[in-house]
Write a protein that binds this ligand. Structure first.
Ligand SMILES: *[C@@H]1O[C@H](CO)[C@@H](O)[C@H](O)[C@H]1NC(C)=O
Length: 374
């Protein structure tokens, strides 16, 4: 039973300020770790199930250089948790890693045992750089990126649960293969017009009904089971469809969705509105190269921004160094003046003791003036 298993689990949360903290954990039974902040960790745990990394609020009040440093320190943390099965990121931590993608390219993936990398709600998998993806997944060929753990996976992520509770109204996220059979219980399913559909689809169905009521005009609801399955299918497809970023639209995707929508039409769901959008997207994307050109300009903008930020950081660095050098320069000037004054004083001491000839001879040759013409 899941609940009983949950009680057996040992959870450990560690919170850090900004210091470089070394943590050694030797606890054979702990399987859920939550790190609030960045640590250098050594975890002696044979089965490290879930590791949550949360940098919420870590970047507040930090300048760009410090942020970059923090981002880099994240990578030093990973070798200590290399056997983690599930990695759970909050948006700050995954974005931090995304920012240092150029650095990640040269690093091998530290993880060798991963099953899932869980992204925070609202973070699009498509906005993850390919460098970050291969950094995280490169060492674990079977690993997958998810926004929600599969239901039969057994992972109880209290943070995810909290998120779920907070976002119930906007629940439009990835689905599981077994969701079509909605007999699992009240928690996973919701009621929509007496159909027991997936819980998170209720709002979506409401919205479809409101905006495109014709969708359900010829939808037959005789067989309850089939009806539920088809509604879930509709939602799953639309959910995925609406979240495709314009940059990743290609003809294969267009072709795929054309088939999906025509399949839905055959089920009696009139999704001509979605078909129209698909047509329009195809037109927008492929009738003229303008969108590709825009995307490539956006890439150039990103590169230029990165370059600018780097130079700005170097410039700021140089400014600090220059200030430092100026201070040392002033210091050197004062020191020179001091010893010059000291010399003057010493010469006048010599003059007082030995007269002018003494001072003249003090720094010259002992024969000076001795044989010269008068
Ligand atoms: C589907 O809906 C559209 C309006 O969006 C309508 O023009 C069309 O006739 C409908 N198709 C069927 C088969 O009912």
């Amino acid at each position: 039973m899941r609940t009983r298993a949950k009680k057996k689990l040992l959870n450990l949360s560690i919170r850090n300020g900004y210091g470089n903290i070394n943590v050694v954990v030797s606890a054979p039974k702990v399987c859920n770790f939550t790190f609030f902040g960045i640590f250098i960790v050594t975890i002696v745990v044979p089965e490290l199930e879930n590791v949550s990394i949360r940098l919420n609020n870590w970047f507040v009040d930090k300048n760009w250089i410090d942020r970059k440093k923090i981002c880099r320190r994240l990578t030093n943390m990973f070798p200590g948790i290399a056997n983690a099965k599930n990695l759970i990121f909050d948006s700050e931590s995954i974005e931090a890693l995304n920012k240092i993608s150029d650095l990640l390219v040269s690093l091998p993936s530290p993880f060798y045992n991963l099953k899932f990398v869980k992204l925070p709600r609202g973070f699009k998998e498509s906005s993850m750089s390919s460098a970050l993806r291969s950094y995280l997944l490169g060492g674990s060929p079977k690993a997958a990126i998810v926004t929600k753990f599969p239901q039969n996976h057994g992972v109880e992520d209290s943070i995810a649960d909290a998120d779920r509770a907070r976002h119930t109204d906007a629940s439009v996220e990835g689905t599981d293969k077994d969701q079509a059979s909605s007999s699992k219980g009240r928690i996973d399913s919701g009621l929509w017009r007496s159909h027991e559909v997936n819980y998170e689809f209720v709002c979506l169905l409401d919205r479809i009904m409101q905006k495109y009521p014709e969708t359900f005009e010829h939808f037959t609801t005789k067989n309850k089971k089939l009806c539920t399955m088809n509604l879930n299918l509709l939602c799953t497809s639309l959910n995925d469809f609406t979240k495709i970023s314009m940059t990743s639209v290609d003809s294969e995707m267009i072709f795929g969705y054309r088939e999906v929508f025509s399949y839905l039409q055959n089920l009696g769901l009139n999704v001509s509105w979605a078909v129209n959008r698909l047509k329009y997207i195809e037109h927008l994307r492929f009738s003229k190269p303008l969108i590709s050109e825009l995307h490539s300009i956006d890439c150039h903008i990103d590169n230029a921004k990165t370059k600018l930020q780097e130079l700005q950081a170097r410039f700021d660095d140089a400014k600090i160094k220059q200030k430092d050098l100026l201070a040392r320069l002033d210091d050197a000037k004062v020191k020179l003046q001091d010893v010059q004054t000291l010399r003057m004083e010493k010469l006048s001491e010599i003059e007082q003791a030995f007269g002018t000839m003494g001072t003249n001879l003090a720094v010259g040759f002992i024969g000076d003036d001795l044989l010269s013409n008068p």
